[in-house]
Ligand binder design. Structure first.
Ligand code: C2E
Ligand code: MG
Ligand code: MG
Ligand code: MG
Length: 277
């Protein structure tokens, strides 16, 4: 009896092991395929950029966030949540990141020339591996100068992890970007390892409240407390706060009643192509 129990356990252990082993195998294979196909997609300019509008209080548009979209012939639509980390690991993000910034600057230039969408900002997500590159700042400075755009309309979205990554060096870089006149937003605020000390060293322009705090705000008192705390920080430090992922009018009303003034989400606008904008 004891023997057969032991055999059973052994067999189960092996099956579990095989299960995890093959799951891992599949994940590694998908990652390898994505890396290969992503390299071509970037080279042949097959990653498109969509723009999600951001609004002030009652729907006055104040800017857009640029978001990458990739539809592969074989893989179909691949989420940026999946391909951006792979692009980071493989170094492909560097080239794509520069392209993204240039596209944002070009968009600002077009608006400026056509006297349209005046003072709309363009926000761009920056990856840590892009940010730590020595020539990152120089590239941005060049883009701003070559295209002659108003630097305050270009907003870089960074996450808190940047500030922990290389401490004072990161602070200095952000400080320099601020001196160039750029605008800085802290994305996914409150979801990382918050070390709020940077708020007193840097003049940040915007805090973005992550969708995870917004989704259940109507039912979950704890989310409401956290959102209020973020709004209070923004208020005291004179930093704009934007709620991301607002999907319905009740959430919009609730956030307004708590004092939130800026919003982004499918309730207002789903991400649009440049021509749809
Ligand atoms: P993020 O910067 O926090 O972007 C916001 C995400 O929330 C976007 O997802 C946007 O489409 C989604 N979103 C906004 N409002 C709603 C809503 O009401 N409902 C729902 N369900 N979703 C909403 P997306 O485009 O899938 O991007 C995911 C993440 O991938 C981004 O999070 C960002 O971290 C990264 N990412 C996207 N594009 C780029 C890029 O060009 N460069 C870099 N470095 N990262 C990018
Ligand atoms: Mg973002
Ligand atoms: Mg975000
Ligand atoms: Mg997010």
């Amino acid at each position: 009896c004891a023997d057969s129990a032991m055999n059973f356990a052994k067999k189960r252990g092996r099956d579990n092991y095989n299960f995890f082993d093959s799951k891992l195998q599949l994940e590694l294979e998908r990652k390898a395929i994505i890396t290969t196909r992503l390299r071509d997609a970037i080279r042949y300019n097959q990653i498109s950029i969509v723009y999600q509008k951001q609004v002030h209080l009652d729907k006055k548009v104040v800017g857009v966030e640029a978001l990458a979209r990739w539809e592969d012939q074989e893989l179909g639509l691949v989420s940026p949540n999946e391909f951006i980390p792979i692009a980071e690991e493989s170094g492909l993000i560097i080239e794509f990141g520069y392209h993204l910034i240039e596209e944002a600057v070009k968009l600002l230039k077009t608006w400026q020339e056509n006297h349209e969408k005046s003072n709309w900002r363009v926000s761009v997500n920056v990856s840590l591996s892009q940010f730590v590159k020595d020539d990152f700042i120089k590239y941005i400075e060049n883009m701003v100068n070559i295209y002659g755009i108003d630097p305050k309309l270009l907003r870089l979205e960074i996450t808190e992890s940047f500030l922990l990554s290389n401490g004072d060096n990161a602070i200095k870089k952000i400080d320099y970007l601020k001196k160039l006149g750029l605008s800085i937003s802290i994305d996914d605020f409150g979801t990382g390892y918050s070390s709020l000390g940077y708020l007193k060293k840097l003049s940040i322009d915007e805090l973005k409240i992550d969708k995870i705090f917004i989704d259940d705000i109507l039912e979950d008192k704890n989310d409401e407390i956290l959102v209020c705390a973020i709004l209070e920080i923004g208020n005291k430090f004179d930093i704009d706060v934007i709620a991301e992922g607002v999907e319905n009018s009740q959430t919009h009303e609730k956030l307004k009643s708590l004092g939130c003034k800026y919003f982004q989400g499918d309730y207002f606008f789903v991400p649009q192509t440049r021509s749809e904008l």
